[in-house]
Design a protein around this ligand. Structure first.
Ligand code: DGT
Ligand code: CA
Ligand code: CA
Ligand code: ZN
Length: 592
């Protein structure tokens, strides 16, 4: 298990204990432990495996937590956590995911109003019953009501990054089996969507039952949703559904194409096939017999057997490339299959050469212990070198962000002097830019004076406060910041946190126009919970010629690895390396 996963188990244990009204010291011990683990800069599994070190040497980790970490690392589960969960109805657990409704408040609602589901909670808020409880009030009730929708969404969809380790593990397990000839993951995961609803696996194998047994064995506490001769659906204990289909070799490519989707992309494809007197479905591409044209079913989605012996002639289906080629189409990168511009690009021969992780040369947003990062500037530099970056910008918070210990002018100038001296000593493979993530103040204007920003190599403007202001106010603040000649880029432009907080109201059209007019860049924040700009906005920025910068906003050395999620989002937007400023060598990046 990763540090993040273990920290999340401890966070949930703390929530459950709090819901049960347990001793506050015990609750705090789990929360502190979770934070400590989340902040570690090396895998906790490595510490556990090292006989010279002991988990209890970490502050905040006592004997009890150390044992539980060991159990989690060895077995992937924690009996104590499972028992806690079993004591509380599942629908009540989903209430704990509502933002602004902590476990304590959930317990009050449960015990006084008997609220045990999100639906009941919503009804009680709408009836005004919640605001009458002691310690709640109208404001809290409104926030809870707004949070319910987010909680419902988040229950259904997980971050792409959370699915990734599950996908990788399943692929590598199944690929070891000699009865498996091919296995791939399709669906929204393959298209690189920021969240995925379920995982869709396709397998070509000599033994379908063995394949399904393997999937079923992956998580012993998974729920079986359905199993047929060649189809299996399970729901993992974490709530994620997995669909598996075993298909014959001559249909593997067709199924891969079909189940990669998107649905809208497939609908267009089917129309194009029909125009040519062809039929396409998950079994292949077929030539229709003349008298059957137009009458054959479009899809045999629920059939478990291929229909090769109809009046149609099988033309293609072994590989995806062959399927598209049968329609004179290129094998679209999966990230582009959203029925946006991909078919036009194919027709005009202008399919973009999508950006890749290897194109990235710099990372221009990261924090150190000077503000709210967990690693020192030296550690961040070493980690960046290890990842082969050519340049980075150190961009700690400015003073307005008091919670993060933001830097005032004096501390910032001192940090920049340090960076100057580091740059002089460093070998030439990495350059450190003197940067800052400067807050856009609630009342408008930048948090640091122009004469300080003028000395920066790289100034990020971002909003952390006043997110409840009106759309006009927030938009004005941003546009104003973009006018500032010292500002280079606007960070995480919408402030959304996927599944946790909606975007603040902002007129993106106006922001994009301002960025174009004043020659500023826009950030695509690679963190899996942010990923804003989203794909639509990135594509709009590209049309206006606004350079995108993909940044990790790293708060630890390990966070530097989230870059790949940002690249995936950029690919969904159809961006090429040329559209992304931090693919350029430093000299041309700076001269821009
Ligand atoms: P998700 O799971 O909600 O994140 O999104 P997807 O795109 O993975 O959707 P899913 O799992 O329901 O289905 C996988 C793919 O199968 C989908 O992208 C396209 C294809 N598909 C599913 N149902 C239909 C359908 O009714 N018509 C067509 N043309 N394709 C479908
Ligand atoms: Ca899916
Ligand atoms: Ca599915
Ligand atoms: Zn930041």
């Amino acid at each position: 298990m990763t540090n993040r996963e273990i920290a999340s188990v401890f966070e949930q244990v703390a929530d459950l204990l709090e819901f049960e009204g347990a001793n506050p010291f015990r609750i705090r011990a789990y929360r502190n432990g979770a934070r400590r683990i989340a902040e570690l800069t090396e895998p906790i599994a490595a510490i556990a495996a090292d006989s010279d070190r002991d988990l209890t040497d970490l502050d905040g980790i006592g004997k009890d937590l150390a044992d539980k970490i060991a159990t989690l690392l060895e077995t992937g589960t924690l009996p104590f956590y499972e028992e806690l969960k079993a004591r509380i109805p599942e629908s009540v657990l989903s209430m704990l995911r509502v933002p602004h409704l902590g476990p304590k408040k959930a317990a009050i609602l449960y015990h006084t109003l008997g609220i045990a589901t999100l639906d009941q909670l919503k009804a009680a808020c709408e009836a005004g019953a919640v605001q009458q409880l002691k310690g709640f009030g109208k404001k809290t009730q409104d926030k809870i009501l707004a949070g319910i929708d987010l909680a419902v969404q988040s229950e259904m969809r997980i971050y792409w990054s959370q699915a990734e380790p599950i996908v990788e593990e399943l692929l590598s397990r199944l690929r070891q089996e000699d009865y498996v000839h091919q296995i791939e993951v399709a669906g929204s995961y393959r298209r690189g969507k920021e969240t995925v609803g379920d995982l869709d696996f396709l397998v070509e194998a000599t033994d379908a039952d063995a394949v399904m047994d393997q999937f079923a064995a992956y998580d012993p506490s998974a729920e079986l949703i359905g199993r047929g001769k060649t189809k299996l659906s399970i729901r993992l204990a974490c709530g994620l559904q997995i669909d598996v289909r075993v298909v014959p070799a001559e249909s593997f490519g067709a199924a891969f194409q079909y189940f990669t989707g998107s649905k809208d992309h497939n609908i267009i494809l089917r129309g194009l096939a029909k125009e040519r007197g062809l039929k396409i479905n998950e079994w292949g591409v077929f030539q229709m017999a003349p008298d059957h044209a137009g009458t054959a079913p479009d899809s045999a989605a629920d059939a478990e057997e291929p229909i090769f012996d109809g009046p149609e002639i099988y033309l293609a289906g072994r590989t995806e490339k062959e399927v598209y080629a049968a329609l004179d189409l290129p094998c679209f990168p999966p990230e582009l299959r959203e029925a946006r511009e991909e078919f036009e690009w194919a027709a005009s021969g202008k399919m973009p050469q999508l950006i890749e992780l290897a194109d990235i040369r710099g990372d221009l947003h990261m924090h150190t212990t000077a503000s709210d990062g967990t690693a020192t500037i030296e550690d961040m530099i070493a980690a960046a070198q290890k990842r082969g970056l050519e340049y980075i910008a150190i961009t700690d918070h400015s003073k307005r962000v008091t919670m993060a210990h933001g830097l005032d002018s004096r501390r910032l100038l001192k940090q920049w002097a340090l960076i100057d001296s580091i740059n002089r000593e460093l070998d030439r493979t990495l350059t450190i830019l003197k940067g800052v993530e400067c807050d856009i103040l609630e009342k408008g204007g930048m948090d640091l004076p122009d004469h300080v920003l003028a000395k920066a190599d790289w100034t990020i403007a971002s909003i952390h406060y006043g997110q409840n202001q009106s759309r006009a106010q927030i938009t004005d603040r941003i546009v104003d910041a973009l006018k500032n000649p010292h500002v280079d880029v606007l960070a995480h432009p919408t402030g959304r946190l996927i599944n946790r907080r909606d975007a603040y109201p902002v007129d993106m059209e106006a922001v994009l126009q301002a960025a174009a007019e004043y020659g500023k860049m826009l950030e695509l924040n690679a963190h899996p919970s942010r990923l804003d700009l989203n794909d639509i906005h990135c594509a709009a920025a590209k049309r206006l010629g606004i350079p995108i910068v993909i940044n990790t906003d790293a708060h630890s050395t390990l966070d530097l690895d989230v870059m790949r999620f940002g690249v995936l989002q950029a690919r969904r937007a159809g961006l090429t390396a040329a559209d992304v400023a931090n693919t350029r060598p430093l000299s041309s990046f700076r001269s821009n």
